[in-house]
Design a protein around this ligand. Structure first.
Ligand code: COD
Ligand code: ZN
Length: 375
């Protein structure tokens, strides 16, 4: 029996209030309107940014269905949708690609003006939601909302991927992997033989390490205050790892000594003011490139002496690894299928949507890299 055109009742994890656990609810998912796509979510990862909403440091409109790192299968499409069809394997995109705005038309821009991360409307493009629970409309997160068996996205926020893709792995291409890997290969443009330092060895930081390695860096130094992250970092390509808590000196001084005056490429993948400054100071003052991947909660400001840049350093930042979602994600998925890199080391836990709260606890305690929830 076809579900197209009908409301689908399914299970979803709803966040009703900040600092409260998710509640597993039956939700109603309305059919897609014009230029929208309804997707059966197969697998979704838990990312730190979802937790930022739970703890209130990334304010969103509540109640909401979070989740933005997923893969699924198109269930039905609205009028005028041409890029995907029912049965296609897809990845929802928290950074859309409308292909019409000034940013999309620029070869180097990827933050499409239609993204909801900065707009914060927590709806689809038409300003309304497709979720209802207990008679109330439920908001969308970053136009993706993947902690649910079915979701609806705008066509600009979804991309078709290879039909042979293992969805329970390539879901990581929806955020963590792409964000980290692209920060190294596309944003920093890491060069063969270079020295890199990565601050923060969570799922995104490890993906930066994978990117540095695949770009041919000869030395990749991982920095984390949790030494339990070091084994995994070395498994994916870090040549050495250091813990700032083991040193009396500032960590950028330690790195300067280790690397004869600073690395070629440094990455901040934590989202803290102090480590953003340390990462900038860790790259060589004449030619170093520092990329900010993490964002400090509540829009805190960083203050620096302009002299830090005057000698020639480059300071950059990007979301989603600088990649254009609809153009680049299918290519990354193909690279994965062709064994250019592995995703398995990033997946430490596999669980079900019902166990979402345990999955978040695991992230908060530092025990997991990525927990994948399967539906
Ligand atoms: N010094 C060194 N390491 C530290 C410190 C510190 N002071 N504090 C924490 N760490 C380590 C932790 O032990 C942990 O290993 C790592 O830093 C952080 O990892 P996770 O698992 O918490 O986070 P990730 O890898 O899932 O995500 C990190 C981001 C920085 C990408 C994320 O939190 C963020 O800031 N996102 C906003 C930017 C963005 O691109 N958003 C779009 C959707 S995600
Ligand atoms: Zn994320």
């Amino acid at each position: 029996m076809t579900t197209a055109g009908k409301v689908i009742k399914c299970k979803a994890a709803v966040l009703w209030e900040v600092n409260k656990p998710f509640s597993i609810e039956e939700v109603e998912v309305a059919p897609p309107k014009a230029k929208e796509v309804r997707i059966k979510i197969v697998a979704t990862g838990i990312c730190r940014s979802d937790d930022h909403v739970v703890v209130g440091t990334l304010p969103q409109r509540l109640p909401i269905i979070l989740g933005h790192e997923a893969a699924g299968i198109v269930e039905s499409i609205g009028e005028g949708v041409t890029s995907v069809k029912p049965g296609d394997k897809v990845i929802p995109l928290f950074t859309p690609q409308c292909k019409e705005c000034k940013v999309c038309k620029h070869p180097n821009g990827n933050t499409c003006i239609k993204n909801d991360l900065t707009a914060g409307r927590c709806t689809l493009q038409d300003g309304t939601t497709r979720f209802t629970c207990r008679g109330k409309p439920i908001h969308h997160f970053a136009a993706t909302s993947t902690f649910t068996e079915y979701t609806v996205t705008d066509e600009i926020s979804v991309v078709k991927i290879d039909s042979s893709s293992p969805l329970e792995k390539v879901c990581l291409m929806g955020c963590g992997f792409t964000t980290g890997y692209g920060s190294a290969v596309k944003v920093a443009k890491v060069t063969p033989g270079s020295t890199c330092v990565v601050f923060g060895l969570g799922g995104v930081g490890l993906s930066v390490v994978i990117g540095c390695k695949s770009a041919g860096a000869s030395r990749i130094i991982g920095v984390d205050i949790n030494k339990d992250k070091f084994a995994k970092a070395k498994e994916v390509g870090a040549t050495e790892c250091i813990n700032p808590l083991d040193y009396k000196k500032p960590i950028h001084d330690v790195l300067a000594e280790m690397t004869d005056d600073g690395v070629d490429f440094s990455f901040e993948v934590i989202g803290r003011i102090d480590t953003i400054t340390a990462a900038l100071l860790s790259c060589n003052k004449a030619y170093g490139v520092c990329v900010i991947v993490g964002v400090p909660p509540n829009a805190q400001n960083v203050s620096i002496n302009p002299m830090l840049l005057l000698n020639g350093r480059t300071w950059k930042g990007a979301v989603f690894g600088g990649f254009k979602g609809r153009d680049d994600v299918p290519k990354l998925v193909s690279d994965f299928i062709n064994k250019k890199f592995k995703l398995d080391p990033l997946i430490t836990h596999v669980s079900s949507l019902d166990k979402i709260n345990e999955g978040f606890e695991m992230l908060r305690s530092g025990k997991s890299i990525r927990t994948i929830l399967t539906m």
